[in-house]
Ligand binder design. Structure first.
Ligand code: HEC
Length: 157
């Protein structure tokens, strides 16, 4: 019964989201990355960049590597999901950009990671596009949380 109720409220939530979506016209909502508005065309570019450069580790559906919380035998961490089950949405835009461009070591000095450095491989525009694509897949709650983290990070710097 409890499960049934939960299912019903999740369905109601999905229907509300659909209604909001339908109300905003056919275009998917645009969003901002590092203060720049990113429209549907750039989000589409981001989807392609993701499939080519990120999906092999972070998963075609952004689901991450299997058992991603458990350290590999190498002592390094597997690639986490980029969907709402991971922790990408806990980080401000600037940090996500730096990690993608310069690697995790740029944020946590000395940290050894399998996350590649994309500087010289992807342009800043492509990095912004791929982050926008990742953000476009998050439910409203995670997106709002991450927007707040980003706003606070900007205030602090
Ligand atoms: C070769 C595998 C690999 C590829 C390809 C890869 N990543 Fe990663 N990524 C990782 C790993 C492993 C981590 C976990 C870092 C750690 O804790 O050591 C990570 C972490 C991250 C993080 C921090 C996530 C968080 O939740 O804290 C971001 C952001 C990220 N990757 C973005 C990207 C983007 C964007 C692409 C494509 C342009 C990409 N990655 C491609 C392996 C990869």
């Amino acid at each position: 019964m409890r499960r049934y109720l939960l299912g019903a409220s999740a369905l109601a939530g999905a229907l509300t989201a659909l209604a909001v979506w339908a109300g905003s016209g056919d275009e998917p909502p645009s969003l901002t990355v590092m203060g720049e508005t990113v429209g549907p065309a750039a989000i589409e570019l981001g989807r392609e960049v993701y499939a080519e450069s990120c999906a092999s580790c972070h998963g075609a559906e952004l689901e991450g590597q299997p058992d991603w919380r458990r350290r590999l035998e190498s002592g390094r961490m597997p690639a986490p999901p980029h969907d709402e089950t991971g922790h990408t949405w806990h980080h401000a835009d600037g940090q996500l950009f730096t990690i993608t461009k310069q690697g995790v070591g740029a944020v946590v000095p000395g940290y050894e990671s399998d996350m590649p450095v994309f500087e010289g491989i992807l342009s800043d525009e492509e990095i912004i596009a791929v982050l926008a694509y990742i953000k476009s897949t998050w439910p409203e709650r995670e997106r709002a949380f991450q927007a707040e983290v980003t706003a606070n990070a900007e205030e602090g710097s």
